[in-house]
Design a binder for this molecule. Structure first.
Ligand SMILES: [Zn+2]
Length: 376
């Protein structure tokens, strides 16, 4: 994710080896993981392991794949990756089973061990599963860096039945992460900057980003309602695919811009903002980029309408930053603008005060929009 470089001439598109999605797909996980290696290190947190560990181990046993369970400590940090690498020296395949941070950690462990990597998301809350990179945080949960790998996961297997049982807040977070995809990729295409694979976006990368957004505006609310009812519907299947596959390929081979950089800036603050999910902070970052991009009112309100319907944060109060000072927001802006950040992929130059102003403007626009809605 270099800044705009005159030297980039080649287009690059990368993707995982195999993507499988369907209700109860986990029952076939052993078959697919066994093709990668007959001895698995499974990384999952206690909650996921108790909820769904048995379905996975039953499937592995049926396919005669031996396994060892390694409990995930909760943060995708360098320390955590080191610790798990030491536990996995015998493993022939690393399996990440859980949410975005578990999966990012598993990718780091597989890379260090030099084994294939299987990714089994239990929520559709981020677009982490398919990419050849991890977002590394400090042990305290502050954004640290992106870690890039030689190749994408060999297998991504998504059980939509499991996802339908997860809290709808996770799906909404994934929708927010996926709505950022096209907003950021089109900015990268406009500026001629590099995607996450270090090349120019292909037509396929662009098409995936556009399709991702289209699916979400058409199906996201229906999928969220199905998730609230705990059922798998065609709309839920479509949105799980948009959140996971389309958003994952779309951001990696399309590129990131200001929305994720501003998200990373928010993680530098202390306090209750850390209670928000990745996608929730990305939602606010996306709105901030839309303001910076001088998005027409009708278009901005199209996004606001969907975020509000899904219970995503569109005000500073909802972001638990009602008391944020200009100094706090300057810290967010300066973090978002640090060297190597994707905010430099925009076609225009940004100063920290531009970002602070846009963050405050999102709050003002959202409040005015909600007041007008209320009035009607
Ligand atoms: Zn994201």
């Amino acid at each position: 994710m270099a800044a705009v470089q005159d030297t980039i001439r080649e287009k690059v598109f990368i993707s995982p080896g195999r993507y499988i999605q369907g209700a109860h797909a986990i029952q076939r996980a052993g078959h697919h993981i066994g093709r990668l290696g007959q001895s698995a290190l499974i990384i999952a947190d206690d909650f996921v392991w108790q909820m769904a560990g048995q379905a996975l181990t039953k499937s592995l046993e049926a396919s005669k794949v031996s396994f060892e369970y390694a409990r995930f400590g909760g943060e995708a940090s360098s320390h955590e990756i080191d610790r798990l690498v030491a536990l996995g020296e015998q493993a022939l395949v690393v399996v990440g089973f859980g949410g975005g941070k578990t999966l990012d950690t598993a990718k780091g462990v597989a890379d260090r061990l030099g084994t294939p990597c299987a990714i089994l998301p239990t929520t559709a809350s981020t677009d982490a599963p398919t990419s050849a990179l991890s977002v590394i945080y400090t042990d305290e949960g502050v954004f640290d860096s992106y870690r890039f790998y030689d190749h994408n996961p060999d297998l991504v297997l998504v059980d939509t039945h499991l996802i339908a049982q997860a809290p709808p807040r996770f799906l909404a977070s994934g929708i927010a992460d996926a709505l950022a995809t096209w907003v950021e990729a089109r900015a990268v295409i406009r500026s001629g900057a590099a995607n996450m694979a270090g090349g120019l976006p292909t037509l396929l990368g662009q098409t995936i980003g556009e399709k991702c957004e289209q699916v979400l505006f058409e199906q996201a609310l229906l999928a969220w309602e199905a998730n609230r009812a705990g059922v798998v519907t065609p709309a839920l299947e479509a949105v799980v695919e948009a959140n996971t596959l389309l958003s994952g390929l779309g951001f990696e081979s399309g590129g990131l811009a200001a929305a994720h950089a501003i998200h990373n800036g928010f993680t530098a603050l202390h306090g209750a903002i850390h209670e928000l999910t990745h996608g929730e902070k990305v939602a606010y970052g996306t709105l901030t980029q839309l303001v910076l991009d001088q998005t027409p009112q009708v278009e901005l309100e199209r996004y606001l309408t969907l975020y509000i319907a899904l219970g995503l944060p569109v005000t500073l109060e909802a972001l638990k930053l009602a008391q944020a000072t200009d100094n706090d927001l300057m810290r967010v802006a300066e973090t978002a603008l640090q060297e190597g950040e994707s905010s430099h992929n925009l076609a225009y130059h940004l100063a920290p005060t531009d970002i602070v102003g846009a963050i405050r403007a999102v709050d003002a626009h959202a409040k005015a929009f909600m007041a007008r809605q209320h009035h009607h």
